[in-house]
Design a protein around this ligand. Structure first.
Ligand code: AR6
Length: 170
């Protein structure tokens, strides 16, 4: 079955989906941007599970490019999948790690049986990845990843981000 790619402009914490993806950092203990918004609106249950992950599988933190699921707490979702995008570097090509975030989130989502996954534009905020390039990597990676997920929804915070993603779709 083919995966539908949809675009929405808005706040990802207001979405209804099986999975909401968090652009986290490797500490898994919160931060600004999407991460801060998810923990604020999702409530303390998410942080509790993140702390448990740090005390078990991810003692040194979640490596860049990987993904792990927790409860979605009070969000209108079944799971939050946390992934750690790369910090943009003009000197080093880290696009493989950014692609890995999308691929790994879809792998974890499919394992959970999720049908709809909402992604933010990973790495394009605090981590400074240029929006147009991040949009290209995101859309190309989702298209190239065979997944049982039925809908991949990119939730873009502002018009420039929405336009960058729209430019990657037919
Ligand atoms: N809904 C949708 N998109 C959002 C929202 C929201 N509520 N808030 C921001 N964006 P960022 P990163 C957009 O910084 O670059 C955190 O401190 C934002 O405009 O959230 O991967 C973590 O703890 C931008 O386009 O994530 C890490 O330390 C995009 O989401 C670090 O930031 C991603 O911005 C991760 O940086």
């Amino acid at each position: 079955m083919t995966t539908a790619i949809t675009l929405v402009r808005g706040d990802i914490t207001r979405q209804s989906a099986d999975v909401i993806v968090n652009a986290a950092n490797s500490s898994l203990l919160g931060g600004g941007g999407v991460d801060g918004a998810i923990h604020r609106r999702g409530g303390p249950a998410i942080l509790r599970e993140c702390r448990a992950l740090r005390a078990s599988r991810y003692g040194k933190g979640l490596p860049t490019g990987q993904a792990v699921a927790t409860t979605a707490g009070d969000l209108d979702a079944r799971w939050v999948i946390h992934t750690v995008g790369p910090v943009y570097s003009p000197d080093e090509d880290r696009s493989g790690l950014l692609a890995s975030c999308y691929r790994e989130c879809l792998r974890v989502a499919a394992e959970l049986g999720a049908r709809t996954v909402a992604f933010p534009a990973i790495s394009t905020g605090v981590y400074r990845w240029p929006m147009r390039d991040a949009a290209r990597i995101a859309v190309e990676t989702v298209k190239a990843t065979g997944t049982a997920v039925e809908e991949v929804r990119f939730v873009l915070f502002d018009d420039p981000a929405h336009e960058a993603f729209a430019g990657q779709l037919p």
